[in-house]
Design a protein around this ligand. Structure first.
Ligand code: PGA
Length: 254
């Protein structure tokens, strides 16, 4: 069975010096479990330090966003190629905070997925319904559309890998995750979209579907016990080194 993956999304919570302290503290506590891949996604300004600190430890690192061009006149943007140059192996794409606050569209997400893959990065594509969409009963339709549009024209040849993170927008940062059974059902819906697009073997071997939204060390095992949940994208509970180490330990036992 392939390893489960736990991804820390630090969002815009730490200055570079603060991030340095957090990763230093984390590394004094952390022991790499055999059965879990751990990825840290700091803000851009802290990637370099985090990379230096965790290189050759078995931990991986990534970014929280990228642009879709390699280089050029794109003021303020960051190229996937340059992230790969910093040793990033992953990049979060289409987080709901970006979709909402910056009007990041499905087309932009698709461009970013394509560019990230071309640069050798594994995109972590975030999808999920808002509370209003859920109340309207359109949740599955919304998620299927987001996934379909994110992967339009994408192939997963060679070493390319893809992660879809199901994050119900209304539970992010709320302290109240959805029921693992419901997350599991939504993962099956996402898996069906992927099966319709890629060969089953590709879905099995190259794609992970993970859950995000108020995951912490008390509930992680319930999510990972669901057979179709391959890991978690963790915001708030990844910010405190103690809590995050506990979460990883609980994940390793799930
Ligand atoms: P949360 O955030 O764990 O704080 O809910 C998850 C995310 O936004 O990726």
């Amino acid at each position: 069975m392939s390893k489960k993956i736990i991804i820390a999304n630090w969002k815009m919570n730490f200055s570079a010096p603060a991030a340095k302290k957090v990763i230093d503290d984390f590394m004094t506590l952390f022991k790499q479990p055999d059965n879990i891949t751990v990825v840290i996604c700091p803000g851009f300004t802290a990637i370099n330090y985090v990379a230096e600190k965790i290189t050759k430890t078995g931990l991986a690192w990534g970014a929280q966003n990228c642009y879709w061009e390699e280089y050029g006149a794109f003021t303020g943007e960051v190229s996937p190629r340059d992230l790969a140059g910093l040793g990033c192996r992953y990049v979060i794409v289409g987080h709901s905070e970006r979709r909402t606050n910056l009007n990041e569209s499905d087309a932009m997400v698709n461009n970013k997925v394509t560019a990230a893959l071309a640069a050798g990065l594994t995109p972590i594509v975030c999808v999920g319904e808002t509370f209003a969409e859920r109340q309207e009963g359109t949740k599955e339709f919304v998620i299927m559309n987001q996934v379909n549009r994110a992967i339009a024209g994408v192939n997963l040849s060679g070493e390319k890998r893809l992660i879809i993170a199901y994050e119900p927008v209304w539970v992010i940062g709320s302290g109240q995750a959805v029921e693992p059974v419901e997350a599991g059902h939504t993962h099956q819906v996402i898996r069906q979209v992927l099966i319709d697009k890629f060969e089953a073997k590709v879905v099995e071997e190259k794609i992970k579907i993970i859950y995000g939204g108020s995951v912490d060390f008390t509930n992680i095992n319930k999510f990972l016990d669901m057979p179709c949940i391959d890991g978690a994208l963790v915001g708030g509970a990844s910010l405190d080194p103690n809590n995050f180490v506990k979460l990883i330990q609980a994940a390793a036992k799930a």
